[in-house]
Design a protein around this ligand. Structure first.
Ligand SMILES: *Cc1c(COP(=O)(O)O)cnc(C)c1O
Length: 430
């Protein structure tokens, strides 16, 4: 736990002068200051103050095999000796694209980029270029990176035309993004039908992962698939979290629904900056230099990230029969344990879990969308977060994030975590 004279505190002071808010991504800040990390291995990281924490943030889901996986480290060390970027194609890029295509059913063709933000930005442009339409539909609480078209919230009085959720974004841009509640099949259907002639794409996290994990209601994704197909709207699954996590083939395999375009990020880079978008050949062929939709990137497909990604995917493929059922089992065990603690201690909260994603919501409402997730008591979550820190367990500092298991987490560690959670909930009774 953060101490007064800690190195983290001193570093944070320096960081605050050099970097806005002291962090390079706002989710990393929590009061009074974040811990600074020295190194990490497997399921644990060590801070600059020498304290070790069991990690359930896992770089917001980027690491499915834990920190510093041996295989990835060795592969990257080998490749980086030979140059880290050429500005010319390599065989490894082709292998990675082929591997992705073979694992993720919708991705007949793939383009590699550097971040999830870039991937959704380009996929949306591609959908607009392909359809010649300009509006898109997203779901409230769905996160698709931090560019103008998707940093959008519903308009006033429940209006579906979005407005900017950040300063600096023109209202004219946000108006082209329509917003519906997640899991609200009826509203989505009405919007898709009413706006069919203007709607280029529907973008959705098949399992919402950025408001805690919220699974899709039965029929929700199917209905989106059917309506978008009927109205020639491009259906985009943002699988930046679910890709290679929910199953080897992502949520589209898990739910057996094939979107037109898919976004990958986080796990696909094996801990390095890499993301991808891909889908139907007919759509992907619109991309420059083949087609009229421009998209580019200096570091796209660089050999270091590609090697880390390829090594990770090959390893996951080799072990998939073992690891995905095990992650599912560990996730269910953890979630059941939390549920038992909540009941025993009479805490008004619930747990949500699917595969290796889980979260405890401090609300009595059933969490199915952004509004119900937002009804959580964030002060209680903060107290939960802090008290877990005193037991050397690190979960994401915000209520509206998912916690993640990795293949490096063992049963003994999970039991130890459940003890810590039980201890924490004792102080949060009511
Ligand atoms: C993290 C995330 C993104 C953004 O990816 P970055 O690499 O952070 O730009 C996009 N979509 C989803 C679903 C995410 O979880």
């Amino acid at each position: 736990m953060a101490r007064l004279a800690s190195k983290s505190r001193l570093l944070y002071r320096r960081a605050s002068r050099a970097i806005p808010g002291g962090v390079n991504s706002p989710v990393r800040y929590y009061p009074p200051y974040p811990m600074f990390v020295q190194e990490a291995k497997g399921s644990k990281f060590r801070t600059v103050d020498g304290e070790e924490y069991l990690d359930y943030c896992m770089a917001y889901g980027a690491l499915i095999d834990g920190h510093a996986s041996r295989e990835v480290v060795e592969a990257v060390q080998n490749v980086v000796e030979k140059g880290s970027i050429y500005g010319q194609p390599t065989e490894a890029e082709v292998e990675l694209a082929e591997t992705i295509s073979s694992l993720v059913r919708s991705m007949q063709m793939v383009r590699l980029v550097n971040s999830g933000t870039e991937a959704t930005m380009h996929a949306l442009r591609l959908a607009r270029g392909f359809t010649g339409r300009k509006k898109i539909l997203k779901f409230e609480g769905g996160f698709h990176g931090s560019h103008d078209s998707v940093l959008v919230k519903p308009g006033p009085h429940g209006s579906i035309a979005g407005r900017p959720s950040s300063e600096g974004i023109p209202l004219e841009t946000s108006k082209n993004t329509l917003v519906a509640p997640y899991n609200d099949e009826k509203t989505a259907a009405k919007i898709i039908r009413d706006y069919a002639s203007q709607l280029a794409a529907v973008i959705v996290e098949p399992v919402a992962g950025n408001m805690g994990p919220i699974p899709p209601a039965r029929g929700f994704l199917n209905s989106l698939r059917k309506l978008t197909r009927e109205n020639s709207v491009v259906l985009i699954f943002d699988e930046v979290i679910t890709g290679f996590r929910l199953s080897l083939g992502g949520a589209q395999e898990y739910y057996d629904i094939i979107p037109d375009l898919t976004i990958l990020g986080k796990i696909v880079g094996g801990g390095f900056p890499l993301a991808a978008f891909g889908g139907r050949r007919e759509i992907m062929r619109k991309l420059s230099p083949l087609g009229p939709v421009y998209q580019a990137g200096t570091y796209s497909g660089n050999p270091v990230s590609v090697t880390a990604g390829l090594t990770t995917l090959r390893s996951l493929k080799r072990r998939s029969n073992r690891i995905y059922p095990r992650l599912e089992r560990l996730g269910a065990f953890l979630s059941k344990g939390i549920k038992d603690h909540l009941e025993a201690r009479k805490v008004l909260a619930q747990t949500s879990q699917i595969g290796s994603m889980f979260q405890t919501f401090f609300t009595s409402r059933k969490v199915t969308d952004y509004n119900s997730a937002k009804s959580s008591d964030v002060d209680r979550y903060s107290r939960y977060f802090r008290s877990l820190l005193t037991s050397n367990v690190f979960v994401p500092p915000s209520q509206l994030e998912s916690c993640f298991l990795s293949t490096a987490h063992g049963e003994a560690e999970i039991e130890q975590t459940l003890d810590a959670i039980g201890e924490s909930l004792r102080s949060l009774r009511g």
